[in-house]
Design a protein around this ligand. Structure first.
Ligand code: G3P
Length: 217
């Protein structure tokens, strides 16, 4: 399970570290694999504070050097993150850029999670052999109805179609995932895990929600 902190006010500054620590606590208590995806500016602080996997929300297709303001895979790796999202619905890039980012990230030993908004996009991006494809229908992101309820077919189809094209790629799903029941449904539909955000970040009791979410894993 990957918890994307996005750019919510709830994770500004030191709050990102606090939420990552709660994720680590639940991971230790339950044995569930929980990765965190804090804002880029908090990556180093979060990576220094927890032992669970830390991912960047983005990388840019740039090598170290004259690249002012860009986030290079190399700097992400160097500050302790072990992976990165690429092409999140809220940070989309051209397919060609996805390919460059995957290649540069693999060269820096970063796990790659490429996001896709449709089955066709997922299949097309699977050719770059990221470690994971995460399918998320944009219209369900941030909502209260899980993709596994609103559009289970997109999860099943993405799993089937991506595996047909490239068996090495694992598939996650996300959008509206908020409960352990949603996670269980995702696994039943063939997904290898989930990518989620608001259900945890905006929860009154983040620890309780995290515990419920991983109860199915
Ligand atoms: O990256 C996860 C995301 O886009 C889904 O967000 O709030 O629907 O869990 P949310």
């Amino acid at each position: 399970m990957i918890v994307n902190f996005k750019a919510y006010r709830e994770v500004d500054g030191a709050a990102a570290v606090e939420l990552a620590k709660k994720c680590q606590q639940v991971s230790e208590e339950t044995g569930a694999c929980i990765a965190v995806c804090p804002p880029v500016v908090s990556l180093a602080a979060v990576a220094a504070a927890v032992d669970i996997p830390v991912l960047s929300q983005n990388v840019d297709p740039r090598a170290p050097g004259s690249a002012t303001g860009w986030v290079t895979p190399s700097m992400v790796r160097s500050c302790g993150a072990i992976g990165t999202l690429i092409n999140h619905s809220e940070h989309k890039v051209d397919a060609e850029v996805v390919g460059e980012c995957v290649e540069l990230s693999l060269g820096c030993d970063l796990t790659t999670v490429v996001c896709a908004d449709t089955v066709d996009t997922a299949v097309s991006l699977a050719r770059f052999t990221p470690d994971f494809i995460a399918v998320e229908p944009p219209e369900l992101i941030g909502g209260d109805i899980s993709v596994t309820t609103a559009n289970p077919r997109i999860v099943e189809s993405t799993v089937e179609s991506v595996k047909d094209v490239n068996k090495a790629v694992r598939v996650l799903c996300g959008a509206g995932v908020k409960t352990g029941k949603d996670v269980a449904a995702a696994i039943d539909l063939g997904a290898d895990g989930v990518l989620l955000a608001s259900g945890v970040v905006k929860a009154k009791d983040q620890y309780a929600v995290l515990t419920d979410l991983v109860s199915a894993l």
